[in-house]
Design a protein around this ligand. Structure first.
Ligand code: ADP
Ligand code: MG
Length: 212
């Protein structure tokens, strides 16, 4: 496989927990000559105090208004840092969960770097569950991410490159992304502005935009 010398723009690797974002984004960045990996979770953990609880009483992922504001702030910081790296000639490789079209629209509104290359890692849900259950305990999530997978499919299913890594090694997935993302993963601002195929935004960053 011939690898390009560099990758123009900003790469955003998303998917459910356990899909392989962190593993694959690291391997992708290692295969590019000048690249930085931006882990959304690390940006979230910069908050030392004042964390909003992102789970409800039943342990489901369910951020309230303050939780959404904090997720939006995290995304905003990721975008400005990605732009700083891009301006310095490094390809930003973002590792972050994006659930809704409005979140992606928010990213495009804050990120100046173009093109945005969106890769949605989508191994079968059982594979993601197994990967989540067998990785280092401190990186496991305890909530059911089936609803998140459904939302991503509904909201983002027609955008970017949906890559089923279920039967690949992380290295195979990373090499494929480096080789083909420029052709397969470009997301235009126009495409995000169109409604998702099955209609209807879930409340997301749109609900809190402008309140920061
Ligand atoms: N093809 C693959 N792609 C990515 N991760 C894989 C793959 N096969 C097995 N794994 C394992 O699955 C786990 C994925 O975890 P991680 O990369 O942290 O996911 P995420 O960041 O999406 O939550 C890791 O332990 C990784 O070694
Ligand atoms: Mg991760």
């Amino acid at each position: 496989m011939t690898l390009p010398e560099t990758l123009a723009g900003c790469l955003l690797i998303t998917g459910t927990p356990g899909a392989g974002k962190t593993t694959v984004s690291q391997l992708v960045a290692e295969r590019l000559p000048r690249a930085a990996r931006l882990d959304g979770d690390v940006f979230g953990m910069m908050l030392v105090s004042g964390w909003a609880n992102m789970l409800d009483d039943e342990g489901r992922w369910n951020p309230g208004p303050e939780g959404l504001r904090q997720l939006q702030l995290r995304t905003e910081n990721v975008c400005s840092t990605a732009d700083n790296f891009a301006r310095a000639g490094f390809t930003p490789v973002i590792d972050s969960v994006v659930e809704t079209r409005s979140e992606l629209g928010f990213i495009l509104s804050r990120l100046e770097t173009r093109p945005l290359l969106l890769v949605v890692l989508c191994p079968p849900l059982d594979v993601a569950r197994h990967r989540n259950a067998t990785r280092a305990p401190e990186t496991r999530v305890g909530y059911d991410f089936a609803p998140l997978a459904r939302n991503q499919q509904r909201e983002l299913g027609d955008l970017g490159w949906w890559l089923d890594s279920g039967e690949q090694t992380p290295e195979q997935t990373a090499e494929l992304i480096v080789a083909e993302a420029a052709q397969r993963a470009v997301v235009t601002d126009d495409a995000v502005d169109r409604l998702p195929r099955a209609g209807g935004y879930r409340p997301g960053f749109t609900a809190v935009d402008g309140e920061l």
